[in-house]
Design a protein around this ligand. Structure first.
Ligand SMILES: C[S@@+](CC[C@H](N)C(=O)[O-])C[C@H]1O[C@@H](n2cnc3c(N)ncnc32)[C@H](O)[C@@H]1O
Length: 259
C-alpha cells in the first residue's frame, strides 16, 4: 500500500530498511500516518495515538463508505471549499493540500498549487482519491484508539514504536512530551518483536544507525535525517534482504512519488 496521507515524520521510506513484520499482528503505539503497516501491507493492525485529529482521521479512513471519498471534489481553488466538507473528509484533505505537516493545515499551500495539475499523487486529486478507494478494503481489519502508549493493552505482536524524536524536530507535534526513560523500559519488556525508531544520537536505548533519509525539503537544502533503530535482541533481520527491498523501494519512489 502507498501512504493514506502525508505526515511530518512519516516512516514510509525508513520502513523498507526495517524489514517486514515478524509477527502477524502489528501494533503502532505512535500511529501518525502508520507508514510501517502501510508499507508492508499489514492486514492485522492496532493503531494508537494521543492526537484527536489523527485518531478521527484513521477512524474515518477505516470505517467510511468509499462514496465518502469519491464525493470529495477533485481539486480546490480556495480553503473555504475544504471547510464545507464533513469532518473526516476535511481532515483527510487538510493533510493532502500541504506536505509533511504535524497537524492539519489551515491554508492551501504553494506545494498544493505546484502539483495540483501534475496528475501524480503528490497532492490531493483524482489519483489520490482512486488510491485511497483502492486500498480501503486492505485496512478493514485495522483499529484505532486514542490512548497514550503507557495505557495500551500488551500482547505478543510486532511492535513498531515511533515516538516523536527526543530532540528539537520531535517537538513540532502538538503532542510531543514523552517520558523517554519510562518508554525505554516499557519497550524492553514488550513481548514479541520490537523495533524502536529514533534519530542517531538519542541515548534512551542503545540505538544503532539504520539509514540516511533525504526528505523532499532536504532535497532542496541537502539536509539528511540519520535514522536509528533499537531492536529487541533476538529479532535481527537479514541485512541482504533489507538492502534489496530498500533499493527497490527507492527506485519505485523516484518513479512515482508517494505523496
Ligand atoms: C513520529 S510520529 C509517528 C509517525 C508514524 N510512524 C508515521 O509513519 O507517520 C509520532 C506520533 O506520536 C504521537 N504521540 C505523541 N505522544 C504520544 C503518546 N504519549 N502516546 C501515543 N502517541 C503519542 C504524535 O501525535 C505523533 O502522531
Amino acid at each position: 500500500m502507498r501512504p493514506f496521507f502525508s505526515y511530518y515524520g512519516a516512516k514510509y521510506t525508513t520502513a523498507a530498511y526495517l524489514g517486514k513484520p515478524r509477527r502477524d499482528l502489528v501494533i503502532e503505539p505512535f500511529a501518525g500516518s502508520a507508514s510501517y503497516s502501510t508499507r508492508w501491507n499489514a492486514r492485522r493492525v492496532k493503531l494508537y495515538d494521543v492526537s484527536p485529529d489523527i485518531c478521527e482521521l484513521w477512524d474515518f479512513l477505516i470505517n467510511c463508505p468509499t462514496t465518502d471519498i469519491a464525493n470529495i471534489p477533485d481539486s480546490f481553488d480556495d480553503f473555504t471549499d475544504i471547510e464545507k466538507l464533513a469532518r473526516g473528509q476535511q481532515l483527510l484533505c487538510r493533510f493532502w493540500v500541504a506536505k509533511g505537516r504535524a497537524q492539519p493545515t489551515l491554508t492551501l499551500s504553494p506545494w498544493y498549487f505546484k502539483f495540483r495539475e501534475s496528475g501524480s499523487c503528490h497532492v490531493w486529486g483524482p489519483q489520490v482519491k482512486a488510491r485511497i478507494i483502492r486500498q480501503k478494503e486492505l485496512i478493514m481489519d485495522w483499529t484505532i484508539d486514542q490512548m497514550s502508549w503507557e495505557d495500551i493493552p500488551i500482547c505478543d505482536a510486532h511492535w513498531h514504536v515511533d515516538p516523536p524524536y527526543n530532540n528539537k524536530p520531535g517537538s513540532k507535534y502538538p503532542f510531543s512530551k514523552v517520558n523517554f526513560e519510562a518508554l525505554g523500559k516499557w519497550c524492553q519488556e514488550l513481548p514479541g518483536a520490537v523495533d524502536v525508531c529514533e534519530n542517531l544520537g538519542a541515548d534512551w536505548l542503545e540505538f544503532e544507525h539504520l539509514c540516511d533519509i533525504v526528505s523532499s525539503r532536504g532535497r532542496r537544502s541537502g539536509a539528511v535525517s540519520k535514522e536509528a533503530v533499537w531492536r529487541k535482541p533476538g529479532w535481527s533481520t537479514d541485512p541482504n534482504e533489507i538492502q534489496k527491498i530498500a533499493t527497490a523501494d527507492a527506485a519505485a519512489e523516484r518513479n512515482t512519488g508517494h505523496g
